[in-house]
Ligand binder design. Structure first.
Ligand code: MG
Length: 287
C-alpha cells in the first residue's frame, strides 16, 4: 500500500514537472524544438557534441524563476557606514542611557561613561557597557578610536572589545606597530582566530568594524553547540574574519569548548579594559 502511494506521488510529481515543458513546447517555434543535442562553439572554433542532460524533459527559463514574495526594499544611507533605514541606532552621539547600561558587580547601573565630541568614552573605574536589548543573528556597525597619545604596549595599549551575545569578543586594540600575540590583536576573536590581516589605522584615527553574526543553535545537549556561532568581520572595510565557527565563549584563561553553556539572545558589550577607547555611530540590523 505504502509502495503504491509512493509510486502515485512519484508519477504525479513527474507529470507536474512534465506539464509546463509540454505546454511551452506547444508554443515554441519549430526551430527551438530541435535539435536533440545542442552544439557548442569552442574557443578554437571547432564544434563538439553536448548531449542534453535529459532528452525527455526540456525545461524553460520560467521554471527556475521565483517571483514571490517580492524582496523587501531597504533605503540605504547616503554614505556607506551610516545606518540604513531598517537599522536600530545603538548610539548616535547623544544619549548613552537610551540603549546602554553599565555592568556593575554582576548587575547593571546607569552608564557613567562620558560623551566627548559626539563619541562616548569610558572613564577610570567604570564598567563595560551592554545594550539593554538582546540580539540573535545580526549585522553590526561600530566605530572606535584608541588614544592618539601612545601609552603602554601589547595588550595594554588601547584595549577594549566588542562582545557579541555577551560572550564572544572581537578584540579592540591599538595594533598599529604594536606586537602582541596574534590571536589577541585588533580584529581577533580573542584567543581563537587571529585576523586575516592587520587593517589597523594609526592611533587617534577612527576605525570601523562591520560584523555579521549568526548565533549558535543548541540541541538536547546544553554543553555543545548543535551549530556553532559563526561570524564575518570587516575592519576598515577589509575582510579579517571569514565566516569563522567559534569554538566557545572567548576567554582570557582556559579552553573555549569547556565553557559552552546553552544560551539565547544576548547583549552587545563594549569592554572597559582600563584604556580610554572612544565609540561613535553604532547601529545594528537584526537578521
Ligand atoms: Mg579586549
Amino acid at each position: 500500500m505504502k509502495t503504491n502511494l509512493t509510486q502515485m506521488k512519484k508519477s504525479m510529481i513527474f507529470s507536474l514537472m512534465l506539464l509546463p515543458g509540454l505546454l511551452c513546447l506547444g508554443q515554441q517555434p519549430q526551430q527551438q524544438q530541435q535539435p536533440p543535442a545542442s552544439r557548442q562553439q569552442t574557443a578554437t572554433g571547432e564544434q563538439r557534441q553536448r548531449p542534453l542532460e535529459d532528452s525527455t524533459i526540456r525545461m524553460t527559463h520560467f521554471q527556475t524563476e521565483i517571483w514571490d514574495p517580492e524582496v523587501q526594499m531597504v533605503q540605504p544611507a547616503a554614505k556607506v557606514g551610516d545606518p540604513p533605514a531598517d537599522a536600530i541606532i545603538l548610539f548616535d552621539g547623544t544619549d548613552i542611557n537610551k540603549e546602554w547600561e553599565e555592568a556593575s558587580r554582576g548587575g547593571v547601573k546607569p552608564a557613567t561613561w562620558i560623551i566627548k565630541d559626539g563619541a562616548m568614552e569610558s572613564v577610570k573605574g567604570s564598567g563595560s557597557l551592554k545594550t539593554k536589548r538582546v540580539f540573535n543573528d545580526f549585522q553590526l556597525h561600530v566605530e572606535w578610536k584608541t588614544p592618539s597619545v601612545i601609552t603602554g604596549e601589547s595588550q595594554g595599549r588601547g584595549n577594549s572589545g566588542v562582545y557579541l551575545q555577551d560572550l564572544y569578543e572581537v578584540q579592540i586594540l591599538d595594533s598599529w606597530h604594536n606586537r602582541t600575540y596574534r590571536n589577541g590583536q585588533a580584529g581577533a576573536f580573542y584567543k581563537q582566530y587571529a585576523p586575516l590581516v592587520n587593517a589597523s589605522r594609526k592611533p587617534g584615527e577612527w576605525q570601523t568594524y562591520d560584523i555579521v553574526f549568526t548565533a549558535p543553535r543548541f540541541g538536547k545537549d546544553s554543553t555543545t553547540y548543535f551549530t556553532p556561532p559563526r561570524a564575518t568581520v570587516f575592519h576598515n572595510g577589509i575582510l579579517i574574519q571569514n565566516n569563522v565557527a567559534l569554538r566557545g565563549p572567548t576567554t582570557f584563561v582556559g579552553i573555549p569548548e569547556f565553557l559552552i553553556k546553552k544560551h539565547g539572545a544576548g547583549s552587545i558589550q563594549l569592554q572597559q579594559h582600563g584604556n580610554p577607547v572612544a565609540f561613535r555611530n553604532i547601529w545594528i540590523r537584526e537578521l
